[in-house]
Structures are given as structure tokens and as C-alpha cells.
Design a binder for this molecule. Structure first.
Ligand SMILES: NC(=O)c1ccc[n+]([C@@H]2O[C@H](COP(=O)([O-])OP(=O)(O)OC[C@H]3O[C@@H](n4cnc5c(N)ncnc54)[C@H](OP(=O)(O)O)[C@@H]3O)[C@@H](O)[C@H]2O)c1
Length: 263
């Protein structure tokens, strides 16, 4: 007799009723993940620094019947993140899923970049990830019900690039930090993984999607799947890593590169 639990197999991707906190929710990937979680019946708290953009999202999502709330906070500030976690718990009673989608880059060569500019990237893409993960993990441990932490890293975490000393270092650090965090939190049944995307459509990357451009053509030479990423391509992995289907997976860096990493 083959042993597969029927109920588990039927519901392993089900995140309905779970409380999910999504950072960078005003961005392309964060907004898509928050909406996708909401469509699947999760209760979603969206955060970013821009309060008015958050209010617009809240109105849009609620009009579609999504159970959601918003709270503006800087993910790099322990004080603000502390208030954010209190808000999540006072609104929905607990926190089950943290999905980190905030980030920043300002590419410059080492000869042109100031130490302060470099530090700003490190703080936005590494320190702030630590701050939100730590506060969320503390809350999940106190609840004693396990949890899921999904962090958006980058394909650039494992590949250097001209002008990317800050971005590549922060994302490479992010992957290793998440692997270490996964070991710290495994005894509490909290899974911690990264998603590592190449180029996905956003306000900042829109220019790369021009099929006539040299940048686009160069990417395609190394993209077996034959196109760049759309936000819809991101939500499956973000759901899988937030769902019971990934209960055995922790400390992983998951390829969302359309084959770029393998080619
Ligand atoms: N799109 C891609 O092609 C791609 C590829 C690889 C990796 N990624 C990674 O995926 C994540 C999301 O990317 P995205 O394309 O969705 O970005 P996006 O559309 O530019 O949105 C960025 C989000 O991060 C927040 N943010 C911006 N600067 C910040 C800072 N200094 N500190 C804290 N938060 C800040 C923004 O909200 P507020 O300004 O309101 O706080 C916004 O919600 C980032 O970590 C990015 O590095 C993206």
C-alpha cells in the first residue's frame, strides 16, 4: 500500500485562513504576492514605507473581497517593525507567513560610488531583511505553531555584475543569512527559504522588456525559457514556500530565473 495522506495531498498548497505579512507590498513582486495570497483566502497585512500607496492597495484589494490590512513601516527600523508585528497580531491574532519583497538598488561602479551609497544598499537589502525576519520569528516562536519565512533574494546573489558591489554582496549575504536562520529556526518548525529571481517586470525593469533593446537580446541568449519574468511567474513559488507542501524544505535558495542559472 502506497502511503500518502489523502487530506494532505488534497490541501498541501492551501494557505486559506493563514495570516501573511508581505513587505515591499507597494512594489511589483510584493503587490502580486499579496494579491495572490489574498485570492487564495489568506489574511494579508501589507507593509512598505509609503502610506498613501498602501491605502490605495488596501482599497483595491478590499473591493475584490480580499481580507487585508496595511501598516506603513521602514523594514530597517526595529522600532517600526516591532509596531508592525503588534499591528498584525492585534488585527488577525497571529502571524503564520512572512514574505519579504522589499528591496533597493542604485548600481554604480566602485570608483563612482560613495561608501554611504553602498551602505544604503546593504541596509535596504540585508540589514532590513534581518530585522523583519527576527521580529517575525520571535512572534512565531511565541505562538508555538511553526511558520513560513520566504525572502526574495536575487539570481545576482551568486553572480557578480559590473556596478553591483552593493546589490550582489547584499543578496549573497541574504542567501547565507537565510541558510543560517533556517538552522536556528528549524527546531521551532519555521521554514526559511529564498526565491532568487532574474528580471521580472516592474516599474524599474520595464525598459529591459523592449524586444529591440540590446539588453533584452543579451538576456535571451542565456534564458532557455525564452522570455523575461512576469509577476504571475513569481506567485507559484511564493505560495509553495508558504504552504504545507514545503514543510520539509528549509535553507533553500530557489531558482526563479527561467533557466538563467543553469545555462
Ligand atoms: N523585479 C526584478 O526584476 C527583480 C529581480 C531580482 C530580484 N528582485 C528583488 O525582488 C524584490 C522586489 O523587487 P520589485 O521588482 O518588486 O521592486 P519594486 O517594484 O522596485 O518595489 C520595491 C519595494 O521595496 C520598497 N523599498 C524601496 N526602497 C526601499 C528601501 N531603501 N528600504 C526598504 N524598502 C524599500 C518599496 O516600497 P517603499 O518605497 O514604499 O518602502 C517597494 O515596495 C527586491 O528585493 C528586489 O531586489 C527583483
Amino acid at each position: 500500500m502506497i502511503k500518502v495522506e489523502k487530506e494532505f495531498a488534497r490541501k498541501m498548497f492551501d494557505i486559506s485562513g493563514r495570516v501573511a505579512l508581505v513587505t515591499g507590498a507597494t512594489g511589483a513582486l510584493g503587490g502580486a504576492v499579496a494579491k495572490a495570497y489574498g485570492y487564495q483566502g489568506a489574511k494579508v497585512v501589507m507593509t512598505a514605507r509609503n502610506a498613501s500607496k498602501l491605502r490605495e492597495l488596501e482599497a483595491e484589494f478590499k473591493a475584490e473581497g480580499i481580507d487585508c490590512a496595511v501598516f506603513a513601516a521602514d523594514p530597517g527600523s526595529s522600532e517600526e517593525v516591532g509596531k508592525l508585528i503588534k499591528f498584525v497580531v492585534s488585527t488577525y491574532g497571529e502571524l503564520n507567513i512572512l514574505t519579504v519583497c522589499h528591496g533597493y538598488n542604485n548600481p554604480k561602479g566602485i570608483l563612482e560610488q560613495s561608501v554611504e551609497d553602498w551602505q544604503k544598499i546593504m541596509d535596504a537589502d540585508l540589514k532590513s531583511v534581518y530585522v523583519v525576519c527576527k521580529a517575525s520569528a520571535e512572534q512565531m516562536v511565541a505562538q508555538n505553531k511553526g511558520g513560513k519565512i520566504v525572502v526574495t533574494s536575487s539570481a545576482r546573489s551568486k553572480m557578480g555584475m559590473k556596478g553591483y558591489t552593493g546589490y550582489c554582496a547584499s543578496k549573497g549575504g541574504c542567501d547565507l543569512m537565510i541558510q543560517s536562520m533556517a538552522s536556528d529556526l528549524a527546531p521551532y518548525h519555521i521554514n526559511v527559504n529564498t526565491i532568487n529571481p532574474t528580471v521580472f517586470r516592474s516599474e524599474l525593469t520595464e525598459w529591459m522588456f523592449d524586444p529591440e533593446s540590446a539588453v533584452y537580446q543579451n538576456f535571451l541568449k542565456r534564458l532557455p525559457i525564452g522570455r523575461l519574468g512576469e509577476v504571475q511567474d513569481f506567485i507559484g513559488l511564493a505560495t509553495f514556500l508558504a504552504s504545507p507542501a514545503s514543510d520539509f524544505l528549509t535553507g533553500g535558495n530557489y531558482d526563479a530565473t527561467g533557466g538563467y542559472w543553469s545555462n
